[in-house]
Design a protein around this ligand. Structure first.
Ligand SMILES: NC(=O)c1ccc[n+]([C@@H]2O[C@H](COP(=O)([O-])OP(=O)(O)OC[C@H]3O[C@@H](n4cnc5c(N)ncnc54)[C@H](O)[C@@H]3O)[C@@H](O)[C@H]2O)c1
Length: 255
């Protein structure tokens, strides 16, 4: 990750990222570590998370703090936020990135599945924000960045519970921005298009599907996880001091 600008205010900042152990989240974790931030990330998947922390230590000389927790467990979320703040100081940047884009048929969804889906795709973003808000208020401000998705804007029909949650992320972003703005806390969302994570490549990327997407993108390259770090760092930094309640679409310019 060499071609991103440096934001001086992110050096030493206490940053917390959900789902930071793999996929786009791993690129975000690296992006903030490369800025010299004090990064903590929450992830349920232990093996890739520990591997990432070790790799980043080797590459940058300091490791992010890995916190193993299930984000659907609100008490565990609160405990992880407390631990991050104990180690790194009050959190000034929160990135709600974790999600679960499980495909589902209408007939297969019961109330338990729906609630679990919402718990990982929407609910945790509220409770992490709740857990960091008082600290941000006490330190005079902060930045919260929530990951949504263009999938619900495109009427993609493979995962209605996920797309409902991702639409909800925008409502949550705007509601929190209104509530927290008077305390100097900015809340924005990033909406990626189709990004070539390992999970996407293993489960859903085919040559035909990718070509179809590239036809629709004005930019004709397959989007990579590292390309989501730039928009996130920008929104986290003071360079975005006038920006709140916005959705930044990073989809290669979909037509
Ligand atoms: N990849 C894409 O094409 C794409 C497109 C649009 C939006 N997005 C959004 O970008 C963000 C990142 O997507 P991604 O593709 O990297 O996702 P991913 O599924 O590859 O990674 C999600 C991470 O969250 C972690 N996680 C999942 N459930 C958890 C739980 N219960 N507790 C703790 N950690 C948990 C996973 O272990 C993983 O490290 C998501 O919000 C997603 O909706 C991604």
């Amino acid at each position: 990750m060499t071609d991103l600008p440096t934001y001086p205010d992110l050096k030493g900042a206490s940053v917390l990222i959900t789902g930071g152990g793999s996929g786009i989240g791993a690129a975000l974790t690296e992006g903030f570590v490369a800025q010299g931030a004090q990064v903590a990330f929450i992830d349920i998947a232990e093996e890739p998370s520990r591997r990432l922390a070790a790799e980043l230590h080797d590459r940058y000389g300091h490791a992010p703090l890995y916190l193993k927790a299930d984000l659907t467990d609100v008490d565990a979320v609160r405990a992880a936020v407390d631990e991050a703040a104990r180690d790194h100081g009050l959190i000034s940047v929160l990135v709600n990135n974790a999600a679960w884009d499980d495909r589902h048929e209408l007939t297969d969804v019961d109330a338990g599945y729906w609630d679990k889906n919402q718990a990982i795709n929407l609910r945790h973003a509220f409770f992490t924000a709740q857990a960091v808000a008082e600290g941000m208020k006490a330190s005079g401000g902060g930045s919260i960045i929530n990951f949504t998705s263009t999938s619900f804007m495109l009427n993609i029909g493979e995962m209605p519970s996920y797309t409902a949650a991702k639409a909800g992320i925008i409502g949550l972003t705007k509601g929190l921005a209104g509530k927290l703005g008077p305390f100097g806390i900015r809340v924005n969302a990033i909406a990626p298009g189709w990004v070539m994570t390992d999970r996407q490549k293993q489960l859903w990327v085919t040559e035909d599907a990718l070509n179809e997407m590239l036809e629709r993108q004005t930019l004709k390259h397959a989007l990579q996880p590292a390309e989501m770090a730039g928009p996130c760092l920008f929104l986290a930094s003071n360079a975005a001091s006038a920006i709140s309640a916005q959705v930044l679409i990073a989809d290669g310019g979909l037509l």
